[in-house]
Design a protein around this ligand. Structure first.
Ligand code: GLC
Length: 450
């Protein structure tokens, strides 16, 4: 579809992506986030794929071009000098490790493989060219996924840890409160936050949270982001369902692509990693809470609430029907507590905060992943409710960073890239994740086994 063929609503979403395009990479939001962010970028490629597949490929290519020698793909790539964002390259101190340009020192959820699988499936004009493009990226995905196990699961538990809340992509989730409370912040010093110059304070993490974030950045910088030191000594070492679910999904999609492209070594390695991750994921199930929850690996302590990341278990792969049904029932109950879903944190929990970032608000791209998982488990009505809620929130409050689940008010940045991207991509595929592609074979566990 060309730009001119889009209806006015989709055209407006496309125009946001075009306006946030900085030439080969897209910023999440012009003022608030003026660089390339990892999972934003991957998800933004889906939107571009609707009207400019070449530009979609460029987005994931530029992201993966910033891969470190050890395999990590960083969470921010500082392509340009830009003083309006904090913490910038000096705080991360990665100049000796990252190749030009500087980057942050942590990663983000590896949704890129899942996105690339869709580009491969859907960019069908010149199938050979499409396959060549994907084939160049697969070794990078393979090394990144391997890094997760080596660096973030060195003890072979089958669950990867995060060393910083920002690594989860869900910065100030209540799950981090207790693990963060054990961190000494005395060495942090004074600094000037830039985010609250742009966005209302009541929508952003609190200053006390920021001190803890900066203490962890200092920890990483002081050990030169050495993964062995981090896994052994980092005071924040937590496994959470969102990151682990997205990684499992990514491995599944990588296997499908590697098989299709005849890259057998990659398929074999990814399958062995996936087996370890599928088994390990069950450690995140809590009978007390009734779902997959965050586990503080330093204290062997489970979080007390479900989050939007809990539902991503359905996106990760097959959940046996009884458990999937129970999850759908709990999620439906959540939706009776709010006007529009899916809230990022349990609306019945005392720490729920409907407007403060990841402590309650709805995020369009998480909704898309949850709905995709629901469809794959036959929960099509619930998936449709979530799609319709997302559309209604955007209709009411425009393409904001996130939305209050109670009032529908938009929060954070405006003209936000991944909100526009998801809206555009989802509108073009209203029934969700159904891909009728001549390029790709489906990837349910049953089909993989055959
Ligand atoms: C915030 C979000 C994170 C996102 C970034 C850029 O830090 O929590 O998930 O990647 O903004 O949009």
């Amino acid at each position: 579809m060309t730009l001119n063929e889009l209806n006015p609503k989709n055209r407006r979403a496309a125009d946001i992506l075009i306006a946030n395009d900085r030439g080969g990479y897209t910023v999440p939001s012009a003022k608030l986030y003026p660089f390339q962010w990892n999972w934003d970028s991957a998800l933004v490629a889906l939107g571009f794929s609707i009207f400019d597949p070449d530009r979609a490929w460029q987005e994931v290519e530029s992201l993966l071009s910033a891969q470190w020698d050890n395999g990590m793909v960083p969470h921010i790539i500082f392509w340009k000098v830009e003083k309006s964002y904090f913490p910038g390259p000096d705080q991360w101190g990665t100049a000796d490790i990252a190749h030009n340009p500087p980057t942050s020192g942590i990663t983000q959820p590896p949704v890129a493989a899942t996105v690339i699988q869709r580009l491969l499936a859907e960019d069908v004009d010149d199938i050979d060219a499409t396959r060549d493009r994907a084939a160049k990226l697969l070794p990078k995905l393979d090394r990144w996924h391997q890094w997760f196990l080596d660096a973030r699961d060195p003890d072979g538990l089958g669950i990867v840890a995060i060393m910083h809340p920002w690594e989860s992509g869900r910065d100030n989730l209540p799950d981090w409160d207790r693990p963060l409370s054990f961190i000494d912040t005395t060495g942090v010093g004074t600094y000037h936050r830039r985010d609250t110059d742009i966005v209302n304070e009541d929508e952003r993490p609190k200053n006390n949270d920021y001190d803890h974030y900066m203490a962890l950045v200092k920890f990483g910088r002081d050990c030169n982001w050495d993964t062995a030191t981090i896994s052994r000594d980092c005071p924040f070492w937590v496994a959470e369902p969102g990151m682990n679910a997205i990684l499992r999904r990514a491995e599944r999609d990588l296997i499908a692509m590697a098989k299709l492209l005849g890259m057998d070594d990659i398929a074999t390695r990814a399958a062995s990693r996936l087996a370890r991750l599928d088994t390990g994921f069950e450690k995140l199930w809590s009978d007390d809470v009734g779902g997959y929850v965050t586990l503080d690996l330093r204290r062997d302590e489970y979080a007390t609430g479900l989050t939007s990341g809990s539902w991503l278990a359905l996106f990760a792969g097959h959940v046996e029907p009884k458990r999937a049904g129970k999850m759908a029932t709990t999620l439906s109950h959540w939706l009776t507590q709010v006007d529009r879903g899916v809230p990022s944190f349990d609306p019945n929990h005392e720490l729920f905060d409907s407007i403060r970032y990841w402590r309650g608000p709805v995020w369009a791209m998480v909704n898309w992943m949850i709905a995709t998982g629901l469809i794959e488990h036959g929960e099509t009505d619930l998936a449709e409710r979530i799609r319709a809620d997302t559309e209604a929130l955007i209709e009411q409050s425009d393409y904001r960073e996130y939305f209050c689940p109670v009032t529908g008010r938009g929060g954070g940045g405006s003209d936000f890239s991944w909100t526009a991207s998801m809206s555009l991509y989802w509108a073009s595929r209203p029934t969700g994740d159904v891909i009728n592609s001549p390029v790709l074979t489906p990837t349910t566990p049953e089909q993989e086994a055959k």
